[in-house]
Design a binder for this molecule. Sequence first.
Ligand code: FDA
Length: 572
Amino acid sequence: MLIVGAGPAGLTAALALAKFGIEHVLVEKYPGTAHSPRAHIVNPRTVEIMRHLGVQEEIEAVSSPHERLRHHVWYTTLNQPEIARKEAWGTSPHRKADYLAASPCPSINCPQTRFEPVLVEALRDAGSDVQFQRELLSMEREGDHWVSTILNREDGTTLTVRSRYVIGADGARTKVLGFAGLDIEGPSGLFHAANIWFKADLSRYLAHRPGVLTWNMHPGPQPPLALGTFICMNPFDEFVLNRFYDPEVEDLSEMTEEQAIGHIERAVGEPVDDIEILGISGWKVNAQVAPEYARDGVFCMGDAVHRHPPTNGLGLNMSVADAYNLAWKLALVLRDEAGAELLDTYNSERQPIGATGVDRAIKSLHQATAIQEAVGLHEGLSEEEGWEALASLEDPGPLGDERRAALRAALDKNENRFNALGLEVGYHYDEGALVHDETPYPPFEGDPVLDFQTTTRPGARVPHARLIRNGEQISTLDLVDGLEFALLVGLDAEHWFEAAEKVSAELGVQVVAHRIGGDILDPYWEWSDAREVGHAGAVLVRPDRHVTWRSVDRPTDAAAELSRVMRTVLHL
Ligand code: FDA
């Protein structure tokens, strides 16, 4: 098994495969992992995946804690009174309960520069073969294998790797996608952005309103956000100043440290002591998704197949989820415990999620301008007119009322950029490694981007419910172990225990029954409320914690039914 690329997708794939005991080699063309912070919002579903992979504590230890993610602040310059603020990522009193009920894990702020080394260390501990300075040059199909040529960038030699499967986690400049004959659709380079990564103590401007993103709305003829958005990488001494720029006018490679400091100080509004520039890098806003993620044993993931702006913080998170979706399927196929057709469900499950994510990120990007418009700032205004427009926010008369109402409405409209719980945790698969049951699914009430509605409908991530096992609080998500399928059953469960044992012996894949309400307590009735099946029914959960099937009641022959379902899902 060859994995190309040591970004969030490739590292997650490797760690999951290592956990499942699958031998692999991961090649990365650079000497180390990401050299600039890039993506940083790690949403609850990704923290859950890190928990399942055994590195939640390590990731949290290098992240800003949840409470420090709290505020989005809109400002003219950092040293001026703010225009608006909004609580994000489930930190507000109005959304906190939704997030707590949905997941055992909070979102955190973990720049790629810290996220990736944690995974590399875990891979080293797991004995995984991770090779830096190794670049994939080409891939040829030979029979049912791929022969990949890898350049050793340390000594210039090449070697070939023969593997049945290849994971293309090689980012937006992917070669693997093309070698597999796959393509990506959608526009590229809609905007160009520059990241100025720096260290400086900005606590006096931000410690009293901690958050990750601080948006500039300085009046003037320049386009909105021209002075830049401060992205907090470590409270409050490490940041990225992110600005849109025009590559026809500005050449980033020529930006001097002095110019970079000038940009930072303009956005702060005054001189700042001891700014240390750590790096300057550019990136493009794309709106692209591959119509097909996999072909002939090549599985592409992450930025290789979906590219979009960082709005909603989806880049790293969707990449990690792609990898986690594929890893258990590959592991079962490579252990000869599932038919190769199981791998087709990687595309049918993840491609629609990628397409939705790209669409959401682009919509959110456009939605951002609603805030400037609401306060009367639009392109072409002089600086003076812009200040007048902002001053009207404090007008006690009808103009002020109108502006304040418009601002409030625009902030509310942006709720689905900042508290998109449905998008982060509530995505589900309609088609794939699952068997639908006969019952109608509950209608979705609310907004699918904002709201999370628990369900055990096949394809959904199993609802999180707090349970007590051996005196310790766990989540339903913790009941799954390794490559096992977990069968969550109620008090009337003997038939399911027998069925699970029989099917495990028959197929080799372990199905482990867990009796909730008996050996495992459901003290807050959360599983009772969420399970949507009766005491004699069952919910079957896959290794990636998505529901694969459920039985509302006791079937006539539980073992035969469970065997049918497992054989269907695993293509046996
Ligand atoms: P990723 O690009 O992280 O990793 C791919 C890896 O493959 C790289 O390490 C690369 O060197 C390696 N590779 C490529 N070709 C290879 C070959 N032929 N052989 C061997 N190795 C090869 N997102 C966000 O949400 N907020 C942000 O601010 C930013 N900013 C940002 C800045 C810059 C400069 C970039 C490049 C990207 C961002 N992103 C971002 C996007 C975010 O970083 C991205 O969504 C994730 O890193 C995607 O993870 P992947 O693992 O898919 O690719």
